[in-house]
Design a protein around this ligand. Structure first.
Ligand SMILES: Cc1cc2nc3c(=O)[nH]c(=O)nc-3n(C[C@H](O)[C@H](O)[C@H](O)COP(=O)(O)OP(=O)(O)OC[C@H]3O[C@@H](n4cnc5c(N)ncnc54)[C@H](O)[C@@H]3O)c2cc1C
Length: 384
């Protein structure tokens, strides 16, 4: 039994109400039009969803990993796209908390505390996805600026962001592992974007390439020391992967299950509800069991992180397990939910086909599930 605090439960319940009453009615339209939901950002601004991680002295809540997992799960239950806005923005705050100087915190946090600023995370390049060490975006220090050149690809919420967390090499640093991280702001000279991608799922979360052509990034926007980007990321990557990909997947899976069980009670075939058929009952039971297992491991891991328990390897394996299990489960449960609805499941008037498309993305982003298995296997076998 996971032991949530009163505050965590209060935030979860408030988010559930917001999601059910305000976000759910918009979810299908956001998916259909593929337009970014600025109205939902306004809602987030009213209740502070985009600054949960921000410390209280900067106007945030100082939320822990468990709280963020609960919030993202509840939003993803009705709209994974809307949950992705929270994930990418809280990630930037997390990285800044980890490695920013006091001057940077004083410069960025008041703007983030306005509650409507959006951020994105830019690591992947056309020739560097799973092999992130192969990135070739580079920056050269010239006076007060780093002159940045390169291209990032598949960047979620790119078109609408105010802040871009960009991973880049620095000229002169030769080691493959020497990568730095910068905050690049919207409107930086030399920074443009590619076309909006036409995605299978997570529609309404606009993805695009970031293009840097002699982009002038202020010297003061490097986060942490030159060449220490991996170190910074490693310190928060577990939390981010848990409240991001894993919780989003669990939310989708729970949403698909909730819809399927409600439908099964009301749909009649052969004179009785399909819920009375053993074939349907077993599918529902399997969906429930899979979600319960994911929830258990996810929140156990979140609490271990918050309580600073477990070795780095142990937490790394548990986080990779959660991400992989949660997204594989979400794909399976959402696909089964479509099956429970029969022909109606295949029609866009019902949410489960959207959930099935959204779930697929999570097997790919934030380290593919193949890579998560590599991480777990290496930790098990004591390999580097
Ligand atoms: C919806 C979505 C949102 C995204 N958002 C972002 C974002 O906001 N920011 C960002 O930086 N990136 C983002 N990405 C990019 C994502 O992180 C990459 O797509 C992912 O890391 C895989 O990289 P790749 O596409 O280059 O595939 P590749 O690395 O080319 O992999 C291709 C296939 O080979 C497998 N593979 C590769 N190496 C190994 C290995 N060593 N062992 C076993 N299998 C392997 C992979 O698992 C995969 O099946 C997003 C992607 C998607 C789909």
């Amino acid at each position: 039994m996971i032991d949530f605090t009163e505050e965590q439960l209060m935030i979860r319940d408030a988010t559930r109400r917001l999601a059910t009453e305000k976000i759910a009615p918009r979810a299908a339209e956001i998916d259909e039009t593929d337009e970014f939901p600025w109205d939902i950002v306004e809602l987030y601004k009213e209740v502070g969803t985009l600054k949960l991680v921000l410390p209280e002295e900067y106007g945030g809540v100082g939320a822990d990993t468990t709280t963020l997992c609960l919030v993202i799960e509840e939003i993803a239950r009705v709209s994974a796209s809307c949950s992705s806005i929270v994930f990418s923005t809280e990630s930037l705050i997390h990285i800044l908390l980890q490695a920013a100087t006091q001057e940077q915190k004083d410069r960025f946090f008041p703007r983030l505390s306005e509650g409507d600023k959006i951020s994105c995370f830019a690591l992947t390049e056309p020739n560097a996805g799973s092999d992130a060490n192969a990135i070739s975006t580079n920056a050269t220090l010239d006076g007060d600026y780093y002159v940045m050149n390169g291209r990032k690809t598949f960047i979620s919420n790119a078109i609408v962001s105010d802040f871009y967390l960009v991973f880049s090499r620095i000229k002169g640093q030769k080691k493959k592992s020497e990568i730095s991280v910068f905050v690049v702001e919207k409107g930086t000279p030399g920074f443009t974007m590619g076309k909006k991608e036409n995605k299978m799922g997570l529609r309404g979360s606009p993805m695009a390439d970031l293009i840097f052509e002699d982009a002038m990034v202020p010297k003061g926007n490097i986060v942490g020391a030159e060449g220490e980007g991996w170190k910074t990321l490693a310190q928060v990557a577990n939390q981010m992967r848990l409240y991001g990909a894993s919780s989003m997947a669990l939310g989708i899976s729970q949403g698909a299950f909730d819809y399927a069980i409600g439908y099964a009670k009301e749909r009649y075939a052969f004179g009785k509800p399909i819920a009375s058929l053993q074939a349907i009952q077993f599918m529902l039971a399997d969906m429930y069991m899979a979600n319960a297992a994911v929830r258990s491991i996810l929140y156990q891991t979140a609490q271990m992180i918050d309580r600073q328990q477990g070795s780095v390897k142990e937490i790394g394996s548990l986080v990779s397990t959660s991400k992989c299990l949660a997204s594989d489960t979400a794909v399976r449960v959402a696909t089964d939910a479509v099956q429970v609805l029969g022909g109606y499941g295949y029609i866009k008037d019902y949410p489960v086909e959207r959930m099935m498309r959204d779930a697929k993305a999570i097997q790919i982003f934030d380290g593919t599930n193949q890579i998560q298995r590599v991480v777990v296997a290496r930790n098990l076998l004591g390999m580097k």
